[in-house]
Design a protein around this ligand. Structure first.
Ligand code: GLC
Length: 572
């Protein structure tokens, strides 16, 4: 029996509601569609779902601009549809966590509409207002962070788009209103929350200006064209310096403690923060249950050296929390970044690397988060025309560089296609039918479908194919589910200087498992005869991505190019 909590042994799967499954044929995903796919998700072998925002929203930021925290976006269905979805998920032992956007609301939220209406209305102090534009702060999405509201003859602050005004979290009424909204969903039975952008909740009270000699648009442009190591270093420094007074400021810990207390009024609920800062786990018991290991994916290339370094740093720090050790949480993709298959491919061995990276996330110590579509190898899709762009941070950038900087529209479109998050949010590819089975053939889908659904990148074609990526994910998820070491075991790195392959043990009281991920295109012989945990044991294959003659191996064995090899270390 494990003493771990459900959120430690669970594999999470992120659903991007707009793009998951269209149940009513309007070209937009919805709860009817998601509910119809629950058997697929249960069959895949994941244990919990994270839903990106499903609340009413004008969709300036694809649902991350919420206009009602206690309802369902009409295009996704009704509250009853949500309840059905939740009930059907729970019936299949799939837990559900929601997205919680604390930093800002939509500018169409009644709270903001009222706050903006005058300087002395009951919600006048619910957002961050200033008489004059106090500094040069930028919004990370669309230029100036201060927007003028003639109704009050004042400026309001927004870290994200101007349609996403920041709430004033120093105001206790804001907290109360938000905690009420949280309880609303917890009372319905949701299992927790993924916390959006918590680092942005507070700002430097001194309003210290940034020192970067550029605007956001200029910095983006500079980043697009930076080539030399010096330019690249400078660009990174500028990004840091531009936002350092608007990020990670005092107050977040206290707020997370309050939120944790709300969550702990309920049994067995959890919080995962969209932040890599382990300090947001507090003493191990009083803030967030998990934060993401984003440094793992913040690299050009997943290499054994990178992963060893990452694990050393993360696990070392997690072990030092005073009350309870912190638990890791690993992911390689989400709705904000390039898809795993594209991002960590090398354009020659993309398929092999996608398999290795999936195995990495599913065997490392910690709770894995998968992003919808990665299990069938969905890739980024570059939009060709500005009229197709739905991510407004992309269209804003396009218009600024074309209009203010004179960049040729063709080049601007290429840059926009690369930077916009639309590329990794295209509809899920369910079959090889028109519109990839996401919507009926005649529907106009909200983002174009990636044409590679016709080339096998779809669920239907992969489902009964033993060699498909989908079958591979299912197999790996089953091996993980059946292995106490993979779910809960300690991590012991092995042969850390090897550059081509990554190897480690996972050890639970009941089981020791060896994992070897060969990141090279060469077969090789590995020798673990000097590893004390293995040297006198046989290895019993639990999983291999290569053909293997024998299920039993000695600690000296051959491994194929790009092989994923997982074996139980038999106790002799
Ligand atoms: C988070 C979300 C992202 C959103 C932003 C503002 O980073 O993941 O999609 O645009 O917060 O809410």
């Amino acid at each position: 029996m494990t003493s771990l909590k459900w959120w430690q042994t669970t594999v999470f799967y992120q659903i991007y509601p707009r793009s998951f499954a269209d149940g009513n044929g309007d070209g937009i995903g919805d709860f009817k569609g998601i509910t119809e796919k629950l058997d697929y998700l249960a069959g895949l072998g994941v244990d919990a779902l994270w839903l990106s925002p499903h609340f009413p929203s004008p969709n300036w930021d694809c649902g991350y601009d919420i206009s009602d925290y206690e309802n369902v976006a009409p295009e996704y269905g009704t509250l009853d549809d949500f309840k059905t979805f939740l009930e059907e998920s729970h019936k299949r032992n799939l837990r559900v966590i929601l997205d919680l956007v604390l930093n800002h609301t939509s500018d169409e939220h009644p709270w903001f509409v009222e706050s903006k209406s005058s300087r002395d209305n009951p919600k006048a102090d619910w957002y961050v207002w200033m008489d004059t534009q106090p500094n040069n702060w930028q919004s990370c999405f669309d230029g100036d962070a201060w927007t003028y509201a003639p109704e009050r003859n004042q400026y309001y602050y927004h870290y994200f788009m101007k349609q996403q005004p920041d709430l004033n979290w120093h105001n206790p009424e804001v907290k109360k209103a938000m905690w009420d909204a949280i309880r609303f969903w917890l009372d319905l039975g949701v299992d927790g929350y993924r916390l959006d952008a918590i680092g942005t909740i507070f700002e430097d009270p001194k309003l210290t200006p940034h020192t970067v000699p550029m605007t956001l648009a200029e910095l983006r442009r500079f980043s697009d064209t930076a080539k030399t190591p010096k330019e690249i270093k400078l660009k990174d420094k500028y990004w840091h310096d531009m936002f350092k007074n608007q990020w990670g400021q005092k107050g977040v810990h206290e707020l997370m403690k309050e939120l944790r207390a709300v969550i702990d009024e309920y049994d067995e609920r959890m919080l995962v923060g969209e932040d890599d800062n382990i300090d947001y786990m507090g003493d191990g018991k009083d803030e967030l249950h998990l934060v993401f290991n984003f440094p793992l994916m913040r690299t050009e290339k997943i290499s054994p050296a990178h992963v060893h370094k990452n694990q050393k740093e993360r696990l070392g720090k997690l072990d030092t929390l005073p009350k309870a050790k912190g638990w890791p949480c690993n992911t390689l993709g989400n709705h904000d970044c390039s898809r795993i298959h594209t991002r960590f491919g090398d354009k020659v061995h993309d398929a092999e690397l996608a398999r290795l990276n999936a195995a990495l996330v599913l065997t490392m110590k910690g709770t894995p988060f998968l992003y919808n579509g990665e299990e069938i190898g969905m890739t980024d899709m570059m939009l060709a025309d500005i009229s197709q762009v739905r991510d407004t941070m992309g269209s804003w950038y396009y218009h600024v560089i074309v209009t203010d900087m004179g960049v040729h529209p063709q080049e601007a479109m290429l840059r926009t296609a690369e930077m916009t998050r639309d590329k990794n949010r295209t509809p899920m590819q369910w079959s090889n039918h028109p519109n990839a089975g996401f919507s009926p053939a005649e529907a106009n889908t909200w983002l174009p479908i990636n044409p590679n659904y016709k080339e096998g990148v779809n669920v239907y074609d992969q489902e009964n194919n033993p060699a498909s990526l989908l079958t591979y994910y299912k197999h790996l998820l089953r091996v993980r589910r059946e292995s106490s070491a993979l779910k809960e075991g300690e991590y012991v790195p092995l042969q850390t200087t090897a550059r081509e392959y990554f190897s480690f043990l996972r050890q639970s009281p009941a089981q020791t498992v060896l994992v070897v991920l060969n990141y090279s295109d060469q077969a090789m012989e590995l020798d673990f005869t000097r590893t004390k945990e293995i040297r006198n044991s046989n290895l019993r294959t639990l999983f291999t991505s290569a053909e293997r003659r024998s299920a039993e191996l000695t600690p000296k064995f051959k491994i194929g190019a790009f092989e994923v090899f997982i074996a139980e270390v038999e106790r002799g």
